[in-house]
Design a protein around this ligand. Structure first.
Ligand SMILES: O=P(O)(O)O[C@H]1O[C@H](CO)[C@@H](O)[C@H]1O
Ligand SMILES: O=c1cc[nH]c(=O)[nH]1
Length: 292
């Protein structure tokens, strides 16, 4: 594989030498990366930079690269969902680990630090809205990992999920993936909760929300809240973490997912100050990154 030359249809470069979706050239990317779902959140992060050296954007993928307290950081929006995470992680990895001139994998591989600053809904009543939660592990209901050759499966944990949550055969087998323990230590402070995060492919039915359409598994919200596997309770639901941990583990990057808890699904509450809470998580994250 090291000698393989990637064809134009597999490693797709734009006319200016940037990679297809992210619109970035290798020199425009820092090796510490903050990912956010919302493209508008990119500027909410980069407004704290000492200076911004580069801005680009295409579709939902917007990037600002600059420094914070002297540390070079890129902040990139992924849009919503693990389908976008597949694109973002493959292209980030290509930017550092594939030589765009020879179209071959480099002999020395680089490991990126990738920190998600996202939002979430808690499923346990004792997790307050406006708190911060670090996903120790992600449970993927989204199937992304299954499309890659991998040995990350934890079959016993997956079997317990299928049985206890009464997942139907029509649904993807869940997968379980971990944060990078070394990187996660830098974000462990008294205000940070830790948990197990389910990532799914939608905000409504797939997160057991009901507006006009009834979810297929009507008990799912309660089953998730009551699930316990070897002491691991499920804490929260969102839409990217499992994909981020899957891709980071497969590609050799370090990733951690930090969540601002905006909803509590058990109590029915939603934050009265979502922008403020996200802003506090952004400032917290930048301070912790500067100290790495
Ligand atoms: O706030 P972000 O980072 O987008 O994260 C969460 O919010 C979105 C849904 O509103 C999903 O992307 C979910 O994962
Ligand atoms: O409940 C929530 C809140 C934010 N993001 C989600 O995906 N779910």
């Amino acid at each position: 594989m090291d000698k393989h030359v990637f064809s134009d249809s597999e490693l797709i470069l734009n006319n200016d030498g940037s990679i297809y979706h992210l619109n970035l050239r290798p020199d425009q990317l820092a090796h510490t990366i903050i990912t956010v779902g919302d493209p508008e959140r990119v500027q909410e992060v980069s407004k704290y930079f000492d200076h911004i050296e580069f801005r680009t954007g295409k579709r939902e993928f917007h990037t600002h690269t600059g420094t914070y307290k002297g540390k070079r950081i890129s902040v990139i929006s992924t849009g919503i969902g693990t389908d976008n995470i597949d694109i973002v992680f493959n292209e980030l990895d290509a930017l550092v680990n594939i030589d765009f001139k020879t179209r071959k994998i480099k002999s020395e591989l680089i490991s990126l630090d990738i920190i998600r600053v996202g939002t979430t809904g808690a499923v346990q009543p004792n997790i307050p809205v406006d708190s911060f939660l670090l996903s120790q592990r992600g449970i993927g209901f989204d199937s992304l990992l299954h499309w890659y050759d991998n040995d990350l499966a934890d079959k016993t944990f997956a079997d317990a999920l299928v049985k206890e949550l009464k997942l139907s055969d029509d649904m993807a087998t869940p997968y379980i993936v971990q944060c990078n323990k070394e990187l996660s230590k830098h974000f462990q402070t008294f205000e940070m909760l830790n948990g197990t995060t389910i990532t799914n492919v939608g905000f409504y039915g797939p997160q057991s929300r009901r507006l006009r359409l009834a979810p297929s598994n009507k008990e799912l919200k309660n089953l998730i809240a009551n699930f316990n596997y070897e002491g691991h309770q499920i804490t929260n639901l969102e839409m990217e973490t499992s994909g981020i941990y899957a891709m980071a583990n497969l590609l050799g990057h370090r990733a951690v997912s930090l969540n601002a808890v905006l909803a509590n699904r058990a109590t029915g509450n939603f934050s009265e100050q979502p922008e403020k809470t996200v802003d506090e998580l952004i400032q917290f994250t930048l301070e912790r990154i500067a100290a790495i």
